[in-house]
Design a protein around this ligand. Structure first.
Ligand code: NPW
Ligand code: ADP
Ligand code: K
Length: 493
C-alpha cells in the first residue's frame, strides 16, 4: 500500500471527483458512510456520542456522520466550534441537512463545553488533512478539554492538530484519540513513534478513491500490509533439494552471549535455509551443537570471542553481529570479512557498533548490504536527529550514500532501500520489545538472502514475517509472557 503526502491526498480527492465522476458532497457522504460502518461494527447504540466539528471538510464529515448515526438510532449531540466565520461548501451543505434533524450547539468560548459522562464516545472532526498551522485560541482550548474528558475519543481521518506528513512541534496541542479512522491510505505521521499518542489504534477504511491516480502517484513511502507481504513469498518447488535453498553462514556470540548465536541460528534454520554453518568462539561449541543439531559449527581458535572465520567459498549469504562484542580481534575479523566477502551480507548488533566506531569500514560494505539497527544503534551509526521525520531522512541519505539497505527497527520498522524508498512494516507488537528479538530477525534475513531473495525483498519480507511470527506468539502466550524463542516457534509461511 502506498503512503501519499498531503498534496497528493488533495489531488487524489480531486481526481476521484473528476474521473469517477462523483460530486464532492457525495464523496464526503461515502467517506462518512465508511466511518459509520466501522463504528457500527464496534459500538452499540447504548453509548451516547458527541461529535465535535470544525468548519472545513473534516467538520463536514463530522456533520454527515452525525446525521447517519442518528438515522441508525444512535444518540448524537453535535457541537460546532466557531473558530472562524468561513466554512467549506460541503460543510455548509451538510449543515443544512443536519439542522432539521438534530439540535446543534455552536461553541464560541471554551466554557461552553458540555460535561461528559464516563461511558461516552467523542468523535473528533475538528480538523483533518487541511491543517496548515498549529492550533491556537478557541480550538486549542477545546482540544485540551476533549483530551481531559473521560470516555473514548475517535478521530475522523487524523487527529485534529496532527500534520499528515511532517513533524509537529513538541508544544503543539493535538487530540489524543483512542482510535483514528483514516480514509483510503495510512498517513506518514502514523508511522512515527513520536505520534503514538496522537493516533491511538488506527484503521484504514476504503472510500473508493481513484485507484489509477494512486497507482500513478510517485512516492518513496510504502506500507507492507498483508497483500504486499504475501506477494513476496517464494514457494518451495517439488523437485527442490537442500542445495536449492543456499548455505547460510552466521557469525555470532561471545562468552556470556552465546544465546544470541543460538537465537539467530535457530531463526535461520526455521526460515528455510538449505544448510547452516554457525561460527562461534570455542566456548560456544557444545552449547550450539546441543541447541541446534541441524547446524554445522565452525569453532574459532579464540575461547571467548570471534577472531577469525573459515573459507567463505561455500556460503551463499552471511549474517554477522549478534552478541559478538567489540574486541579488537573481532574488529579485525569483521574488516577481513568485508575484504573477502562476495555474497549478500547482513550486519546487526555489535557489528553495527563496530562500524560506528570504525567508519572507514563503511566504505568497504558490499552494495546492498542489509544493516538492521535499532534506534540507538542507528544513532551511533549516523548521528543525532531532532525528530523521527528527520531521522528517517537521515536514514534515507545514509542508505543512498553507502548503497546499503537499512532496517530501522521498532514498531512499524522502516526498511529503507538504496534508492531512498521506505517500506514501513505492518506486523509486530510490543511483546517483541524483549532481549533476543533482534537476533531472531538477523537469522531470518540471513536465511532469506541464502535462498536468493533479492536483498530488497529479503529485508521487506523478513521484517514482515518476523513481526507476523511475533503476533502469533503474542496471541498464544500474551505480549507479556512471550520471549524471543516464541517468535522462532511461530515462524513459517
Ligand atoms: N473531497 C475531499 O476532499 C474529501 C475530504 N474529506 C475530509 O476532508 C478533510 C480535509 O478537508 P479540508 O481540506 O477542508 O481540511 P480541514 O482539515 O477540514 O480544515 C481546513 C480548514 O481549516 C483551516 N485551518 C487549518 N489549520 C488550522 C488551524 N490550525 N487553526 C484553524 N484553522 C485551521 C484551513 O484554513 P486555511 O489553511 O485555508 O487558512 C481550512 O479552512 C479530510 O481530512 C477528510 O476528513 C473526506 O470527506 C473525503 C473526501
Ligand atoms: N513495540 C514494538 N512493535 C513492533 N515490533 C517491535 C516493538 N518493539 C520491538 N520490536 C521488534 O523487535 C526487534 C527488537 O530488536 P532489537 O532491539 O535489536 O532487540 P535485541 O537486541 O534484544 O535482539 C526488532 O525487530 C523490532 O522491530
Ligand atoms: K479530525
Amino acid at each position: 500500500m502506498k503512503i501519499l503526502n498531503v498534496n497528493q491526498i488533495r489531488e487524489m480527492d480531486a481526481a476521484t471527483i473528476q474521473n469517477e465522476p462523483i460530486s464532492s458532497y457525495n464523496l464526503m457522504e461515502r467517506a462518512s458512510l465508511a466511518f459509520v460502518k466501522w463504528y457500527e461494527e464496534r459500538f452499540d447504540t447504548k453509548k451516547s456520542i458527541s461529535v465535535f466539528c470544525g468548519k472545513g471538510n473534516n467538520g463536514g464529515d463530522g456533520l454527515a456522520i452525525s446525521r447517519i448515526l442518528t438515522g441508525k438510532g444512535y444518540h448524537v449531540r453535535v457541537f460546532i466550534i466557531e473558530y472562524s466565520k468561513d466554512a467549506s461548501k460541503d460543510f455548509q451543505q451538510n449543515l443544512e441537512k443536519v439542522e432539521t434533524l438534530i439540535q446543534i450547539k455552536s461553541i464560541f468560548e471554551p466554557n461552553a463545553m458540555p460535561d461528559f459522562v464516563d461511558d461516552h464516545i467523542i468523535i473528533d472532526a475538528l480538523l483533518g488533512s487541511g491543517l496548515s498551522r498549529p492550533v491556537s485560541g478557541l480550538l486549542e482550548e477545546i482540544i485540551k478539554k476533549i483530551n481531559e474528558a473521560p470516555g473514548t475519543i475517535i478521530s475522523v481521518d487524523i487527529a485534529s492538530g496532527l500534520y499528515v506528513d511532517k513533524s509537529n512541534e513538541k508544544s503543539d496541542t493535538i487530540i489524543k484519540p483512542d482510535h483514528t479512522v483514516t480514509f483510503q491510505l495510512p498517513k506518514l505521521a502514523f508511522m512515527m513513534p513520536q505520534n503514538a499518542v496522537f493516533t491511538g489504534d488506527w484503521h484504514v477504511v476504503d472510500i473508493g478513491l481513484d485507484k489509477k491516480f494512486i497507482e500513478d502517484s510517485a512516492t518513496p513511502y510504502y506500507f507492507t500490509d498483508q497483500s504486499a507481504g504475501d506477494k513476496l513469498v517464494k514457494s518451495r518447488e517439488k523437485f527442490s533439494h537442500k542445495g536449492t535453498f543456499g548455505h547460510a553462514f552466521i557469525l555470532a556470540g561471545s562468552y556470556g552471549k552465546i544465546g544470541a548465536a543460538v537465537l539467530s541460528s535457530r531463526a535461520c534454520a526455521h526460515s528455510g535455509a538449505g544448510l547452516l554453518t554457525v561460527h562461534v568462539p570455542e566456548c560456544g561449541y557444545e552449547i550450539m551443537q546441543i541447541s541446534l543439531p541441524e547446524a554445522m559449527i565452525s569453532v574459532d581458535s579464540n575461547r571467548n570471542n570471534i577472531t577469525s572465520f573459515p573459507d567463505l567459498e561455500s556460503f551463499s549469504a552471511i549474517g554477522i553481529g549478534p552478541g559478538i562484542g567489540q574486541e579488537p580481534l573481532t574488529v579485525r575479523a569483521l574488516d577481513q570479512l568485508l575484504e573477502q566477502i562476495k555474497v549478500p551480507l547482513i550486519i546487526d548488533a555489535d557489528a553495527l557498533n563496530i562500524l560506528s566506531k570504525h567508519p572507514d569500514l563503511l566504505d568497504k560494505l558490499p552494495a546492498k548490504t542489509i544493516l538492521s539497527p535499532h534506534p540507538k544503534e542507528f544513532q551511533r551509526l549516523a548521528g543525532e536527529s531532532v525528530n523521527e521525520f528527520d531521522r528517517l531522512e537521515l536514514a534515507r541519505n545514509f542508505a543512498e550514500k553507502y548503497n546499503v539497505i537499512i532496517c530501522l527497527k521498532g514498531a512499524y520498522t522502516a526498511v529503507i532501500l538504496t534508492n531512498g524508498d521506505v517500506h514501513f512494516n505492518s506486523t509486530g507488537n510490543a511483546g517483541m520489545a524483549t532481549g533476543g528479538s533482534g537476533d531472531v530477525l538477523t537469522g531470518i534475513l540471513t536465511s532469506l538472502l541464502a535462498q536468493k531473495y533479492t536483498p530488497e525483498n529479503a529485508a521487506i519480507f523478513g521484517v514482515y514475517q518476523h513481526g507476523l511470527a511475533g503476533d502469533k506468539a503474542a496471541e498464544k502466550k500474551t505480549k507479556t509472557a512471550m520471549i524471543a524463542s516464541d517468535i522462532i516457534e511461530n515462524l513459517g509461511w
